[in-house]
Design a binder for this molecule. Structure first.
Ligand code: E4P
Length: 217
């Protein structure tokens, strides 16, 4: 499973990219607003950090507006992925960009039927939002599982990008049910590396090593 980082914080992206922990980046209008920076400047900076896919979301809800904004964003760098909302206009724009060979990420997916439509429109990625479904007492992971089954039944090559991930457990579950990618906040990616028994083990080994009086170098 690939890991994308879900943030517009370029320092965090650089750190995780340097550590070899990520295979791409997703942003959304809320994350851009949180950064307090110019949208296109942030996307350009991210694309300078990594050649991997970088999702940049359109703001228009009209088909013509989506096309104009998407084409503008696609010119920033070759690895920009146009993020489009799962609406009829968004699906139509997905087909347009698919036909032009421009990658798309269809976002705000909350049902298997929406995912089926996105695949039929030629989406590169579909983003089902796990956390937001869990928030309203539905089962986000069950949606990922259903989409996996449907895409496999019909050999759709749209990649399932598990989004709205809130915990390390979400990452494990998404991997178990076969999501192709998980887009994860930076703090959750870092948490994946920690385990209390690892910390305890290091402490014990270092104590015993100190007792030997040896040094490696
Ligand atoms: C995905 O592309 C979205 O940016 C993101 O995962 C949304 O997560 P949230 O529900 O925590 O805002």
């Amino acid at each position: 499973m690939k890991f994308f980082v879900d943030t517009a914080d370029t320092a965090a992206i650089r750190e995780l990219n340097d550590a070899g922990l990520i295979n791409g980046v997703t942003t959304n209008p809320s994350l851009i607003a949180k950064s307090g920076r110019d949208f296109k400047e942030v996307i350009k900076e991210i694309c300078d950090i990594t050649p991997d896919p970088v999702s940049a979301e359109v703001a228009s809800l009209e088909y013509d507006g989506m096309i104009a904004e998407g084409e503008h964003l696609a010119k920033i760098a070759k690895n920009v992925v146009i993020k489009l909302p799962l609406t009829l206009n968004g699906l139509k724009a997905t087909k347009y960009f698919h036909d032009k060979g421009i990658a798309t990420n269809v976002t705000l997916c909350f049902s298997a039927n929406q995912a089926l439509l996105a695949a039929k429109a030629g989406a590169t990625y579909i983003s089902p939002f796990i956390g937001r479904l869990d928030d309203i007492n539905l089962d986000g992971m069950e949606l990922i599982e259903n989409i996996r089954t449907i895409y496999d039944n019909y050999q759709f090559d749209t990649q399932i990008l598990a989004a709205s991930i809130r915990s390390a457990n979400h990452v494990t579950q998404a991997a178990l049910v076969g999501a192709d990618v998980a887009t994860i906040p930076p703090d959750v990616i870092k948490k994946l590396a920690s385990h209390p028994l690892t910390d305890k083990g290091i402490e014990g080994f270092l104590k015993d090593w100190a007792g030997t009086g040896q040094s490696i170098l």
